[in-house]
Design a protein around this ligand. Structure first.
Ligand code: 6GU
Length: 257
């Protein structure tokens, strides 16, 4: 996958050399280029912002540098990338969106700062390429840079060949609309606390059932919204019994299978 990032703080992306993202880059799974928006300014101060029309606090990013940046990185004659614009006004980042993005050949991130980018940039870009505004959650950051780090980490680990153990993708939190069960490693007893006996039983069927029940109980306690969103056909009889025991009201459509 090719990824271009445009920001006035290219130094923010130094961590992308590290750890598993760094390895994905070294291994050729991720071709990442970070660009300084000021490359596309022409005045001596390399200005990227100005005061908002209509008044109000803060500054807005001027359209001209962004227009030139997008022309350079998404030339009209080439296959268009998917433009991603991090903003608290965007659609929430979910595991489903991460999967969708991992299937794209080329992502282009436009990092806004201040009060955001002049709206005409996004309108113009949308006539040439798909544009998605993405939010990390219901809080406000200074700018989109940290969001790009988060999105890229969520997406890169889904690229084929990046994770050694592909099975771990299938078992992790959010993979099946549930949070993951708690995990344990050696030693079997630590500070008076024992690892649940079932996990040391060697009975893989019982272990899978225990983990499923723990995942259900945990998700009811922490994220009842996720339980409410589960498709009834994803729940077997034991699932429904576990949910009921955990105090989750059975939906009317949850008739016994
Ligand atoms: Cl993606 N950007 C900014 N600036 N603030 C945010 C956000 C993104 N997501 C949550 N808050």
């Amino acid at each position: 996958m090719r990824v271009d990032v445009v920001s006035i703080f290219p130094e923010y992306f130094a961590p992308l050399d590290l750890s598993l993202i760094g390895r994905a880059r070294a291994g050729g799974h991720l071709q990442l280029a970070v660009h300084d928006l000021r490359t596309w300014t022409h005045d001596v101060h390399r200005t990227v912002d100005d005061t908002p029309y209509g008044g109000g606090p803060g500054m807005v990013m001027r359209p001209e540098p962004w227009g030139e940046a997008l022309d350079a990185l998404a030339p009209p004659e080439a296959d268009p990338p998917r433009l991603l614009v991090p903003t608290p006004a965007g659609a929430p980042l979910t595991q489903a969106l991460a999967h969708e993005l991992a299937a794209e050949p080329h992502l282009l991130f436009a990092c806004g700062r201040y009060e955001g980018i002049d709206q005409r940039v996004l309108e113009h870009a949308a006539s040439r390429m798909p544009v998605t505004e993405v939010s990390l959650g219901d809080y406000v950051l200074f700018g989109g840079e940290v969001a790009v780090l988060v999105i890229l980490e969520a997406v890169t680990r889904l690229l084929p060949g990046v994770l050694g153990n592909v099975g771990s993708l299938d078992e992790e939190s959010h993979a099946h609309g549930l949070l993951e069960a708690p995990m344990y490693t050696k030693p079997a007893a630590w500070r008076g606390q024992e690892v649940p006996a079932v996990l040391r039983s060697g009975d893989h069927g019982k272990i899978a059932r225990w983990r499923r029940d723990e995942a259900l109980v945990r998700t009811v306690a922490r994220r009842p919204d996720m339980v409410a969103a589960l498709a009834p056909e994803c729940l077997d009889r034991q699932d429904r019994a576990t949910l009921e025991q955990a105090g989750f009201p059975a939906a009317p459509s949850d008739v016994a299978k």
